[in-house]
Design a protein around this ligand. Structure first.
Ligand SMILES: Nc1ncnc2c1ncn2[C@@H]1O[C@H](COP(=O)(O)OP(=O)(O)O)[C@@H](O)[C@H]1O
Ligand SMILES: [Mg+2]
Length: 330
């Protein structure tokens, strides 16, 4: 029997882990990030992160060593390109050139990768590829942290590709939906992300700087506690803190920006017909936020569990795990 793959999504607020054994999602766990382990999106201590991952895996009985992890946002650059028809070898030589505006160090400091989006037809002179670049240092660092935690880093891809995997496997189960446009709204901590896909291919991601951290900030201000403490109170919805008028201001700011992102997409791709938007992320636990979003946007809100394998339906709060699950489908 093949070894299980563990999907690990290290978020700014929480770590999400799932195990996938032969395509069956077996376990899922979500645990809070300790105070100050992540600051401004960066891991502050490799040793502490390794210990935390190890402990989290052990406590939640995540069996397996092979890990598929998400590349931290901002460390990888993914770009869809049209290039002249060429061999794989030529393409590998050319990718650093295609990314020249992005590289801040010599090309030897980066890994490049690509896949072909639409296989070229005989008469085609160009090909449509999705290419990515990541700093070697980031890959090596995550590899080291996971090693220290007792794992092996096998797959390292950005979250957009993990969502793409979900959509692709959903499309295989529902061929009538395979080529549609998909909108995924991730209510995260540092930011809110609106991802727009054409079929399983990412078209654009709009990052909205407002997210869970801003709810923590206002709760902290009102109650006179630090943002970390405020986050814990938010998770319990202690004394109904989520209904504070100060929080409502944040909800509507997030909802308005989501609406703008979706409208802008519709404007750029007039033929689009987004019937649904799939919600995920810890913010999806906040009913008042969901209500604001629902009132503001025209696509209907749906749970992202609809895009996940059937075995994920038994997971509690499946909307926390689309990235972790999608990572294991690579
Ligand atoms: N029960 C809950 N109630 C309210 N907010 C929650 C709850 N659970 C998680 N969250 C929030 O959801 C967000 C999850 O962020 P996370 O996915 O870890 O970050 P990111 O994807 O931006 O790196 C955090 O702000 C967290 O506090
Ligand atoms: Mg996340």
């Amino acid at each position: 029997m093949a070894q299980a793959t563990i999907g690990v999504d290290i978020g700014a607020g929480e770590i999400k882990m799932v195990t996938n054994s032969n395509g069956v999602i077996q376990k899922a766990a979500c645990f809070a990030m300790p105070r100050d382990l992540i600051k401004d999106g960066a891991i502050q201590s490799d040793a502490a992160m390794a210990a935390h991952l190890k402990e989290g895996g052990r406590k939640n009985r995540m069996k397996g060593r092979d890990v598929a992890a998400a590349v931290p946002r901002g460390s990888m650059y993914v770009h869809r390109l049209t290039v002249p028809l060429m061999t794989a070898e030529q393409l590998e030589l050319n990718l650093p050139y295609e990314f020249r505006d992005y590289l801040t160090q010599d090309k030897s400091h980066y890994f490049f990768d690509y896949y072909i989006v639409t296989p070229p037809k005989a008469e085609d002179k160009t090909m449509d590829i999705m290419a990515a670049v990541v700093r070697k240092e980031v890959v090596q660092r995550y590899g080291r942290i996971l090693n220290r935690a007792g794992y092996r880093l096998r797959t390292f891809i950005p979250e957009e590709l993990a969502y793409g995997n979900l959509i692709r496997s959903h499309g295989k189960r529902h061929p009538e939906e395979a080529g549609k446009d998909y909108c995924i709204i991730d209510l995260g901590h540092e930011s809110t992300r609106v991802h727009l896909f054409r079929g399983d291919t990412i078209e654009v991601t709009r990052v909205i700087d407002t997210g869970g951290k801003d709810i923590d900030l206002v709760i902290g201000k009102v109650l006179g506690v630090d943002p970390y403490e405020a986050r814990m109170l938010k998770h319990e919805n202690k004394d109904d803190v989520l209904s504070l008028p100060e929080c409502a201001v944040i909800y509507s700011a997030i909802a308005v920006e989501i609406m703008r992102a979706i409208n802008f997409y519709g404007f750029n791709y007039p033929e689009t017909d987004l019937e649904k938007a799939y919600l995920c992320g810890g913010g999806a636990k906040v009913g008042l936020l969901i209500r604001q979003i629902r009132e503001m946007i025209s696509p209907q809100l749906d749970g992202i569990v609809q895009l996940m394998p059937d075995s994920a339906r038994d997971i509690i709060d499946p909307f926390l795990y689309p990235v972790a699950v999608g990572l294991t489908l690579q």
